[in-house]
Design a protein. Structure first.
Lengths: 165, 126
């Protein structure tokens, strides 16, 4: 059963970074393992309608990785990077580059922090730093399944979050 | 950790962002965010807006100019008065990608929740 824990995205306008925050009902060691163990990663990191294949996975500082997501039509979407730090069980730092962009060189620096919470729970905060604001907004948009839909509810949420302070 | 599905749209989106980036810049400033918030549901004239802030009237005027240029504010004349009205459609577009991105990660993390439960159960058995 999935928990009721909500995923939070913090992407301030005009900045070239974003944060993903989520809490989990499991101890830190196990959550950390789920982010670094190939056998576990492959079971959750792919978007739900895609398969995931791990071509390379060197879970250590200086090691590199390459993952591939495969859509139902068989199209492959690869991405790779290098691990900069693997501080068990509290921090992961690595680079990330998507291979399907029209040009190479759009690299993201990702830091995942794992915090212990009471009752064997864990908070994960992933910080992604892009090379420019346009990279952040463009790459994230290009990476999402998004229908063109605009609802008043979403606008309300946005106003409540961003503007009412 | 990001995943990309609509790669071919990248260039197109990059182009579209040329204009949208202005919106991001416009709302990066706290005073401008407050101005939008103030007139979001109730158009006001410049004086009424300026009354709500400690900064000078010319400064507010400058903020409104930027917001107008980005299309976030539309100025409408009523008799002698000029009213500033919020045009929030573009903000919807800004929030849209964040919300969609959040949903994508929520799906993955829900799958991870299940996996964690599985491993916790395994550990208990041992």
């Amino acid at each position: 059963m999935a928990s009721n824990n909500q995923t939070e995205i913090i992407a301030e306008p005009g900045k070239q970074e974003l944060f993903i925050k989520r809490e989990f009902e499991a101890p830190r060691e196990l959550v950390f393992r789920a982010f670094t163990d190939a056998e576990m990663l492959v079971k959750w990191l792919g978007p739900c309608n895609m398969k995931m294949r791990i071509d390379k996975h060197e879970a250590r500082a200086g090691g590199s990785y390459r993952y591939v997501h495969i859509d139902p039509a068989g199209n492959e979407y690869g991405f790779h990077g290098v691990s900069h730090e693997m501080l068990v069980p509290e921090r992961l730092i690595r680079t990330f580059e998507f291979e399907g962009l029209p040009e190479t060189g759009h690299v993201v620096l990702e830091t995942a922090r794992f915090e212990v919470l009471p009752n064997d729970r864990t908070r994960v905060t992933i910080q992604s730093v892009f090379q420019s604001v346009a990279d952040r907004d463009g790459m994230v948009q290009s990476g999402m399944e998004y229908g063109v839909r605009e609802s008043h509810q979403m606008l309300d949420e946005f106003l409540a979050k961003q503007l009412v302070n | 950790m990001l995943t990309y599905k609509f790669v071919r749209k990248y260039l197109h989106i990059k182009m579209a962002l040329q204009s949208r980036r202005d919106v991001f810049q416009a709302i990066a400033d706290p005073t401008r965010r407050e101005i939008i918030n103030l007139i979001a549901f109730n158009p006001l004239n410049l004086n009424s807006i300026a009354e709500n802030f400690d900064v000078s009237r010319p400064a507010i005027s400058q903020h409104i100019k930027i917001l107008t240029e980005c299309g976030l504010i539309v100025i409408k004349k009523q008799g002698r008065e000029r009213y500033c009205e919020a045009s929030l459609q573009q903000l919807g577009e800004v929030s849209n990608w964040i919300e969609q991105y959040r949903k994508l990660w929520q799906e993955k993390f829900n799958a991870l929740d299940d996996l964690l439960e599985e491993y916790k159960a395994k550990q208990k058995k041992k």
